[in-house]
Design a protein around this ligand. Structure first.
Ligand SMILES: [Zn+2]
Length: 154
């Protein structure tokens, strides 16, 4: 078993999770493979974390990674970022599938005067003939709002 170097106590640590993982790993003279093996992560997972694609860890994963790096889990947690803190999803993406499903059914039933579920403005609707996944003819409902970016895709 390789001996990994301790982190000097006066060493300032990087301000993001990605850079901090790289930094601690390098101080310890570990390769990505060393870290992946010790944490029982895939190499891809370590790479995603180090490139900032993943910005936070579940508490189990954080403990495994912290143990592999021989640091306190809190040292990783303090620089984690939830995706919701970075870019909140636009309102229209939050609409549940049920609303879209019901709207699609109304369009297929030929109900007119439908309103945008986001802003209540007029909805332009369309029924498109196509084929389902098994190749049978079917109809798809399409709709877009005249005012806001709402688009119905089923
Ligand atoms: Zn709208």
């Amino acid at each position: 078993m390789k001996q990994f170097k301790p982190i000097p106590t006066n060493q300032p640590l990087a301000p993001t999770l990605a850079r901090r993982i790289v930094q601690v790993r390098e101080i310890r003279n570990m390769t990505v493979l060393d870290l992946a093996t010790l944490a029982n992560f895939s190499i891809k997972r370590v790479e995603d974390l180090e490139s900032g694609l993943e910005t936070w860890l579940s508490s189990t994963d954080r403990q495994r990674l912290a143990k592999a790096l021989s640091v306190e889990p809190a040292l990783l947690k303090e620089v984690e970022k939830r995706h919701s803190e970075i870019a909140p999803l636009p309102e229209s993406h939050m609409l549940n599938a049920e609303t879209a499903e019901r709207l699609a059914q109304d369009i297929l039933d030929g109900i007119g005067g439908l309103k945008c579920p986001d802003c209540g403005a007029e909805l332009k609707t369309n029924v498109i003939d196509g084929f389902d996944m098994d190749g049978f003819p079917t109809q798809f409902a399409k709709a877009f709002c005249v005012k806001c970016p709402y688009v119905l895709r089923i």
